[in-house]
Design a protein around this ligand. Structure first.
Ligand SMILES: [Zn+2]
Length: 443
């Protein structure tokens, strides 16, 4: 029995070694050259014409105009298109999907989801939405909670293991929040549900423990709901969280809306403030001084209306009523993005897309945020930088992703035409490569 087992094991070892060798051998000859009319490498303001990128295994080895293509390289010629670094969505929720036509009932919808959908089910939803993100050109996301109990970690690891296609995931695990999370006021019997979605913190020491718990659970970053419903995280707690995370080199993302919450987040020195739909100039100044990113999870009026009506055709009266309802919010968001840019606050693109959009999959819907940035006056190049190198810096991955340059991972997309002339081209990636592997190549 013993010797048979040994023979079996050594046979297995041989198979393993030979397949590892074969993989290595084929990887060594896997050289690809990607050519296109233009390249925006994400490093600066310039555009490279007649561009070529050489890719070997999972990395970029050379980039330039009229580059010498090695004879053994497989050539992918994308013609009149523009090459770009893969997009980074710095704020998403791949394990959450709510009905967009029911905006006013989000609290109830969240309760229903958490009470009826297991982590396993939500991770499988994440597998679908993650593939849609990747195919839209989003090669990396920061998944900021609302992913049940560490479902984002499971999805991240599955993608990293090559079990399924999806973007690189920087996972937050459960978001830290004051009592109640974002559920509103629940009965005592229902309160246990809160811990399925949030980690409740009660004081500075408890906040530190929650950070350690998140790291133990597999988090790559920490998400904090500063203004929850009903309770807020205090400055004391926020400072403890930042200190504890920083001690191990992990970044902190703060959901904060309104003067009190944005001020607490900025004073504590988080790495990014999410949403900040309402924020005063002196807080923006603090963010610029401390290099705290703003992640403006904005939408256009059209996005909100489309979401609300779904596939239904509203009456003219209903449409104008909803326009009046959303207009002040949309204008307020635009105004704060303009003020933030003027003050030099670094901007990273984030969709916060967890609601269904009619006729669009998750990836396509997530890129709608670019339209909101354009409406607020951001130039196409600024939008590209917000969605590539700025995101990479915020995620602590600037050494690997965010620009197209030698030594970085080959996360490369191509969009038709010139996105500097028509920013909407960014929503139509026809070629997507992640880590040197072609995900999509449409004619
Ligand atoms: Zn969010």
């Amino acid at each position: 029995m013993r010797s048979r087992k040994k023979i079996y094991l050594s046979a297995l070892a041989f198979v393993f070694l030979s397949s590892a060798y074969a993989q290595n051998a084929s990887a060594q000859s896997a050289r690809t050259a990607i050519r296109a009319a233009r390249l925006i490498d994400g490093k600066g303001e310039s555009i490279v014409s007649n561009a070529a990128i050489l890719v070997e295994n999972d990395k970029i080895t050379a980039v330039g105009s009229g580059l010498q293509i090695p004879p053994d390289a497989k050539v992918i010629d994308l013609g009149d298109s523009t090459l770009l670094p893969g997009f980074i969505d710095a704020h998403t929720h791949l394990l959450s999907e709510m009905d967009g036509t029911n905006l006013t009932l989000q609290d109830v919808e969240m309760l229903r989801i958490v009470a009826t959908q297991s982590t396993a089910r939500r991770a499988l939803l994440g597998a679908k939405l993650g593939r849609e993100d990747l195919e839209a050109g989003i090669t990396t996301v920061r998944d900021l909670g609302n992913s049940a109990v560490n479902g984002d970690v499971a999805l991240r690891d599955a993608i990293n293991n090559g079990w399924l296609p999806g973007p690189r995931i920087v996972a937050a695990t459960r978001a830290l929040a004051a009592q109640g999370g974002q559920f509103g006021r629940l009965t005592l019997e229902a309160q246990s549900i809160i811990e399925q979605e949030y980690v409740t913190i009660r004081g500075a020491e408890s906040a530190r423990q929650a950070v350690r718990q998140a790291l133990y659970d597999g988090a790559n970053c920490i998400k904090v709901i500063v203004n929850g419903s009903p309770a807020n995280v205090t400055l004391d707690e926020m400072k403890a969280i930042v200190e504890e995370a920083r001690a191990v080199g992990v970044k902190v993302a703060a959901h904060a809306i309104g003067d009190k919450a944005t001020r607490i987040a900025a004073e504590a020195g988080v790495d990014s403030i999410e949403h900040a739909y309402i924020v005063k100039d002196d807080v923006l100044k603090m963010m610029a001084d401390k290099h705290i990113f703003l992640v403006p999870t904005d939408g256009t009026l059209k996005t909100f209306l489309d979401m609300t009506f779904g596939t239904r055709q509203p009456s003219a009266e209903e449409r104008s009523r909803m326009e009046k309802l959303y207009q002040p919010f949309v204008e307020g968001s635009r105004d704060r993005l303009r003020r933030a840019r003027k003050m030099g606050v670094p901007i990273a693109s984030g969709s916060d897309m967890y609601l269904t959009m009619p006729n669009l999959n998750r990836g396509q819907a997530s890129l709608l945020v670019f339209e909101a940035y354009a409406e607020a006056g951001m130039t196409p190049m600024e939008i590209i930088h917000a969605a590539t190198r700025n995101g990479a810096e915020l995620l602590g991955m600037a050494d690997r992703i965010g620009t197209v340059e030698a030594g970085k991972l080959a996360d490369i997309i191509a969009v038709p035409g010139d996105p500097l002339k028509d920013v909407k081209a960014l929503q139509h990636a026809k070629f997507v490569m992640k880590g040197g592997a072609v995900v999509k190549n449409e004619k």
